[in-house]
Design a protein around this ligand. Sequence first.
Ligand SMILES: [Zn+2]
Length: 282
Amino acid sequence: MALTIHVLDYGDIELETSFLVLGHECGRVRRVPVYGFLILGGEYPVVVDTGYRDNAIMETLGMRGLQFHDNMIENQLARHGLKPGDIRYILHTHLHIDHAGKDDLFPMNTTVVLNRREMEFSVSGIMYPQYPKPDIKHLVDRIYEDGAMRFLDLEITQAEEIIPGVWCEAAGAHTEGSMNVIVETAEGLACICGDVIYDFNDQIVNQVRVNNFMEPQVTGNHSGSKRAEKAAIKRLLNNYTFLLPVHDKPARIENQQVVGRLGMSVPGPMSETLPARQWFPV
Ligand SMILES: [Zn+2]
């Protein structure tokens, strides 16, 4: 049976535009979605990222959370007839405030899977306010529970399989331990790429404030070099048919170009499936 990816809508956040794209429209506020993903059709149901804890926690970063009843992870899973306890693995692209906020709603026999470097980086103090105490402390608790945590070593292993057709790779961008989740779908390889890409239009299609050909623009929020950020985006465009970031609508890629976007109503509660969906040209 083919694997399908379902978008989970965890609500929106409002933040300053230059956070998304380096130096772009400083001071202007943008509203972006926060997605998670549910992978079905495989050996077990798998969730990628769990959104932010609550609206109040976003204020610690000077951002505004817009999470409503429908956006609660329990309600997003219920649309697919699932409860938190039905999920076998939670995978994290990384551990920032808007990606790992609901893990404590899942039982300890749901295994949280992350790149070991991201756990280390989360407590390093670099990018400190983006790693909130309650989320990280919960993950530390999981380390001490039998089977509640699984660490990957992606910088060394290159790739590690989670279930047949789903594997992880080091992202090499955004945070030091970020990882991409690759899913084999009937229509090609899909890559859930976390925050390596924030905004397809401004970073890749129109490349604001960039002069050179095929040169992706970087985000305003990363921990490594700008060259590494650009290279990581180019690698995504090279290798995958579908790219699914957490704060922008999924895109279809051909010849390293964005050729389509997944049609969905943003903002607002929705659940879309990949494949079997409607693609709109950019
Ligand atoms: Zn994020």
